[in-house]
Design a protein around this ligand. Sequence first.
Ligand SMILES: [Zn+2]
Ligand SMILES: [Zn+2]
Length: 142
Amino acid sequence: MRQKLTGGCLCKSIRYEVDEVFDSGYCHCSMCRKLSGAPVLVWGVVKAPYFRLVKGTPTEYASSENGIRGFCPTCGSQLFYRNKVSDDIEINLGTLDNPELVEPKVHVFTDNQLSWFQLSDSLPRYQDNVIPDPEYRSGNSQ
Ligand SMILES: [Zn+2]
Ligand SMILES: [Zn+2]
């Protein structure tokens, strides 16, 4: 999946570049739901060296002990989650200029999935976010 991807917020005051998305999926957790205002948040993990902010400064909000959420202070677009320990970034895939280039591969925190949000894909589903490396993942876990 190595390819340069670009993205940013709705008002274009914040822009970023990504060299490679390591993993991607849907998060059904209640925090992502509240943050995004949507039934799921679609994330893509980017290792720290492969992520660059190229324009603007996101406002950061510490949503948990190790997690920081970055958003645009002008338009409010939710851009990413940053892990304070690993420095890895989880971009919100919907903020890519072309989200078609990265397909979600997994569902996490399905214990919190909303009953009226129905899925018809056959991607692996996990009750929490303890998931194997993409290389070692196969089929449905449940
Ligand atoms: Zn903006
Ligand atoms: Zn989540």
